[in-house]
Design a protein around this ligand. Structure first.
Ligand code: SF4
Length: 222
């Protein structure tokens, strides 16, 4: 992979100037954040957000035992806006069971060191690297960069990596060049998501893109 720490910092500064702080993760409580990290899998945040709101209104994010005891059909109806509601219902229950077994809530769990906490989260049914790292960064306040498909798309178009790059390799590459706390890593991820939604879409909208140094930018093409 190419590009320097300087280029990565330039990308961060440019996106922050263009879009402003993103104030992520958009959730009122830690349980809402953790549930949102499951519900947003393979769907847009708008649907996941609706599902989180419905869980909050039903009081199911006040008590993991209550969520676990909720009949499947009731849970499915509440989270239907997030899509894949049967799968996500099962995953939410697995998360609830894990938190209950870990001491009752996230406070007990978050006393673990980051590697142990990451390993524990990855052991939960339906929690992959992106979901685990989102919880680590945005809920547990750990300095870790969340990689997603948007990151791969933007960085590959900038010529910094192959679009088939492995999750761990890209995460290590970023963290070796861009140091910071959880807030800074969280901001970088959120800015990349915003950029992928506004400009670097599946079919890129390069006109007006703030990344003037991208070789695909209209100003770079003779
Ligand atoms: S110029 Fe186009 S391809 Fe390059 S980052 Fe901007 S939107 Fe993406």
């Amino acid at each position: 992979m190419e590009a320097s720490a300087l280029a990565l910092h330039r990308l961060f500064d440019t996106l922050l100037t263009a879009y402003g702080p993103r104030h992520w993760w958009p959730a009122p409580t830690v349980p809402a954040m953790m549930a949102g990290a499951i519900l947003v899998q393979n769907t847009a945040w708008s649907g996941a957000s609706q599902a989180v709101e419905r869980l909050l209104a039903a009081g199911l994010l006040d008590s993991w035992p209550q969520l676990l005891a909720t009949p499947e059909e009731t849970l499915w109806a509440l989270i239907r806006p997030a899509g894949f509601f049967r799968v996500k219902g099962e995953r939410l229950k697995a998360l609830a069971r894990f938190l209950i077994d870990s001491g009752g809530d996230h406070d007990a769990l978050f006393r673990l060191e980051t590697p142990a906490l990451r390993a524990a989260l990855l052991g939960v049914h339906g929690v992959g690297k992106e979901t685990a790292d989102s919880i680590l960064c945005y809920a547990a306040d750990r300095p870790i960069f969340v990689v997603d498909a948007y990151t791969k798309r933007i960085f590959s178009r900038l010529g910094w990596c192959d679009d088939a790059v492995e999750y761990d390799a890209l995460q290590r590459w970023v963290m070796d060049r861009f140091s910071g706390d959880a807030q800074r890593y969280g901001e970088l991820h959120a800015l990349l998501v915003e950029h992928a939604k506004l400009h670097c879409r599946t079919r890129p909208r390069c006109d007006g893109c703030p990344l003037l140094f991208c070789l695909r930018h209209p100003r770079m093409i003779p």
